[in-house]
Write a protein that binds this ligand. Sequence first.
Ligand code: P6P
Length: 362
Amino acid sequence: MLKDEHSAAVVDDLGLGAPKPAVPPNEPGTQLITAEQFILQQRMARFPTTSGEFSWLLSGITLATKMVAAQVRRAGLTSLLGSAGEINVQGETVQRLDVFANQALLHCLGNRGNVGVLASEENEQPVIALQDPEGGKYIVVFDPLDGSSNIDVNVNVGTIFSIMRRDMSNTSDPGADVLQQGTRQIAAGYVVYGSSTMLVYTTGDGVHGFTLDPAIGAYVLSHPNMQMPDRGNLYSTNEANADSYPEYCRRFLHWLKSGEDGTAYSSRYIGSLVADFHRTLLKGGIFLYPPTSQYPKGKLRLLYEANPIAMLAEQAGGRASDGQNRILDIEPTDLHQRVPLFVGSRYEMDRLEEFARRMKMR
Ligand code: P6P
């Protein structure tokens, strides 16, 4: 998309150029609100002086993920299916859609002007995108296409992102600024490419969901103020690994399945973190990726998987830990470091942590 067309699209998305909603409200009192308009209204409400910079940054994410969604929808029809034949920094076979998604995010965010550093699961080192040494005050860390091994079997995949501020006094090594505690995130979110394409994000003022309306090419507010149920009846984990889980996890899962507390839990596991978390956010319950024999430190990545998911969970009333520590309190030491991840409703998370405490006391 040419820069001018894109700028016009962003202006239109923000509702600044369109004198009336692109699609008439479907009933009196409802109004079509795009993600960019919503973030602008939120910021104006809380910070009237905001220049809309954040909304401009977010439009980089919405544009890139619309491009990814278009390809995911057609993956079976194009040559994007299957492996790109490369192995990424994680030692995993890179899927062609991974490459496309990574390039789309690097391009759309790299030319925002206010994003100084980009860090991706697909890149060993952070990418410095400073067009102006004084500019680029934001850092975006992302997993461009999480769960990509599911692409060929048409299962939901997702993009996960975390947004932080740079230390503008550090002009010598801006890349080092990505190693920030999760509590320092100013925003976090994901896009789940499923039966519909949904953007879910938080800027620390609740969690809000937007569904991509292909008719107008905009993410439209569909789930304002998302709240995770205080408890659920679903648990989500890869049971094939359960024998190698720490004992407190095995005992917790046994208790969960026993129905001792009167709830008959069901198991749901998709194998795409974004899809498994999205269901947990909507239905409640708990998602667990504990330490295993293959991943003794856990499999999921702290900076671009656990941290953004943890911020969303807490903003929606849930909890996220590594079994001992709140995820958001963990001090990162490496861009690609792994952590165990337990995330879900307050009730199930409290029960899990009771088992963890009890086992430590023996
Ligand atoms: P397993 C996908 O590869 C991923 O990184 C996450 O999206 C998902 O939660 C996890 O790995 C699944 O791992 O070992 O159960 O296949």
